[in-house]
Design a protein around this ligand. Structure first.
Ligand code: RVP
Length: 498
């Protein structure tokens, strides 16, 4: 006979937090959101601690290098999507590792032999008006000159006019040498009244541009998640259970800090083998999470295989239709509560704390606090991050609203067959995700400020100053469907919202 679980599958919207005593110490500025990312032994510290408990989903429509840089600069971490060729994923990791605040690798480059027409079409594509002129037209070729909008007149200069006749040549450029600090670069910009300072290496190769306008925005990022020794930002990457023997070495070579096996159902021998191979090949030099699971058995299986963290959640993602298609999954709150019990039991028994990540289905900011209170050490989100400027998808206008595209990794669009394929030779024949829009929400930084402000305020209401304390002290109650109605505005006539 099948095994029946007695508990109902529940989700975050069915719970509320009951305030604890808010002492005078409980103010948002005293709240710490630091949290472990990977396993650690009792009395020790996790090799990576996030400064905010948020990671971005392993998805094409979410975690590209731009978002990874911005999230790490705000204290969280991205997992660069794995549903792409190994070379391009490694390149994205490299891009994050190479990032230096205020030093930008030029994305608009031409050779002296190009024409004004080429300049105009490049500007249309990149929307950047500063163009590096290098011997081979690449971002790191030998710098021969620079073109800005002050160097040509559209309608006056012929479109055939060569770049070499328009550009400011190298001999007339003010440049900085590789290794210069941002504040010294800014001093040169200031002294010479420049808008852009090219930074070159000893062979005159272009390395970066420093822009005048960027300086202020790069000054303060107190929560930045970077390596203590080299100050490079931390970044993760998704892997699969098929090509890991090629993908993992390439990502490690690119400097990735942590990996995560990406699958909608992680309780599988494929994941076991992948974890074993990584740990046998690299020991603890390479950190790797696994998932997703929704119960204690799944958690324990992946921990036994060597997982450094375990991801929880099947079918709760906003774009996910796995439950409808395959009938597998579990309410996200119930799954999380169950797995958290296994994590705590494992810790009590072995002294090894294996962090868990709640993945998918977080809609309101208070859901984040609930998930942390229910035992999550950190949270993975797709929809939340897809809405921001930094996500890799297009911003579109529909009617009077701006939206961004957001599609599931199990959708035809993502064509990420491995993730949703059980490992046999047959490829996927049905979709487990949808292609959608999400409302555009602007800059990540502004949104994080508001979200984390709310998270901290709720933690103060619970009388807690850290995630660990919240997990121990939170009082959580289930709500009836009528009291959910009571929680919104009710029995009033709402004035039209502007
Ligand atoms: P959400 O934040 O609710 O948008 O959920 C994001 C999560 O949804 C991802 O981290 C992943 O676990 C899951 N996902 C991604 N693609 C799909 C799919 O196509 N079914 N699901």
């Amino acid at each position: 006979m099948a095994i029946y679980l007695n508990d109902v599958s529940r989700t975050f919207g069915e719970y509320l937090l009951i305030p604890g005593l808010t002492t005078k110490q409980c103010v948002p500025s005293n709240v710490s959101l630091r949290t472990p990312l990977v396993k650690f032994a009792k009395g020790e510290k996790s090799a990576i601690e996030l400064n905010i408990p948020l990671v971005s989903a392993i998805m094409q429509s979410v975690s590209g290098p731009e978002l990874a840089i911005e999230l790490a600069r705000n204290g969280g971490l991205s997992f660069i999507f794995g549903s792409q060729p190994i070379v391009s994923q490694a390149e994205m990791v490299r891009k994050v590792k190479k990032f230096k605040a205020g030093f930008v690798v030029s994305d608009s480059n031409l050779t002296p032999e190009n024409t004004l027409a080429d300049i105009l079409s490049l500007i249309q594509k990149t929307e950047h008006s500063t163009i590096g002129i290098t011997d081979d037209g690449t971002p790191n070729g030998k710098l021969l000159g620079m073109v800005t909008s002050r160097d040509y007149r559209v309608g006056v200069d012929s479109p055939d006019k060569k770049v070499k006749d328009l550009m400011t040549p190298f001999s007339k450029l003010t440049v900085g040498n590789l290794g210069i600090s941002l504040s010294d670069a800014n001093q040169i910009i200031w002294d010479h009244k420049l808008n852009t300072l090219p930074i070159i290496d000893k062979d005159q190769n272009l390395c970066y541009f420093v822009f005048r306008k960027d300086y202020d925005s790069h000054k303060n990022n107190p929560h930045e998640l970077s390596d203590n020794s080299d100050k490079k930002l931390l970044v993760g990457a998704g892997i699969n259970t098929r090509d890991y023997k090629e993908r993992v070495p390439a990502l490690v070579e690119a400097g990735v800090d942590v990996l995560c096996i990406d699958s909608s159902d992680g309780y599988s021998e494929w994941q076991y083998e992948t974890l074993r191979w990584i740990k046998e090949t690299y020991g603890n030099q390479v950190l790797v999470g696994a998932g997703n699971v929704v119960d204690q058995e799944g958690f324990q299986y992946l921990v036994d295989a060597g997982a450094d963290f375990v991801k929880v959640g099947i079918g709760g993602g906003s774009i996910c239709i796995t439950r409808e298609q395959k009938g597998i999954g579990r309410g996200q709150a119930t799954a999380l509560i169950d797995v958290a019990k296994a994590r705590d039991a494992h810790y009590a028994k072995t002294g090894m704390y294996v962090p868990i990540c709640s993945d998918g289905g977080l809609v309101h900011d208070y859901h984040m606090v609930l998930a942390l209170a229910m035992g999550a050490d950190f949270l993975m989100m797709g929809r939340y991050f897809a809405r921001f400027d930094e996500s890799p998808t297009k911003k579109l206008r529909i009617g009077n609203n701006y939206v961004k595209e957001y599609w599931g990794e199990g959708s035809n669009r993502a064509q990420n067959w491995q993730r949703y394929d059980m490992g046999g030779s047959e490829s996927l024949k049905f979709e487990e995700g949808v292609d959608s829009y999400v409302p555009y929400a602007g800059k990540m930084k502004d949104n994080l400020k508001l979200t984390l402000g709310k998270v901290k305020a709720t933690m103060c209401s619970c009388g807690t100053l850290s995630i660990e304390e919240l997990q121990k002290k939170a009082k959580i109650t289930m709500v009836s469907s009528t009291s959910i109605v009571e929680g919104g505005a009710h029995d009033v006539i709402l004035k039209e919202q502007s």
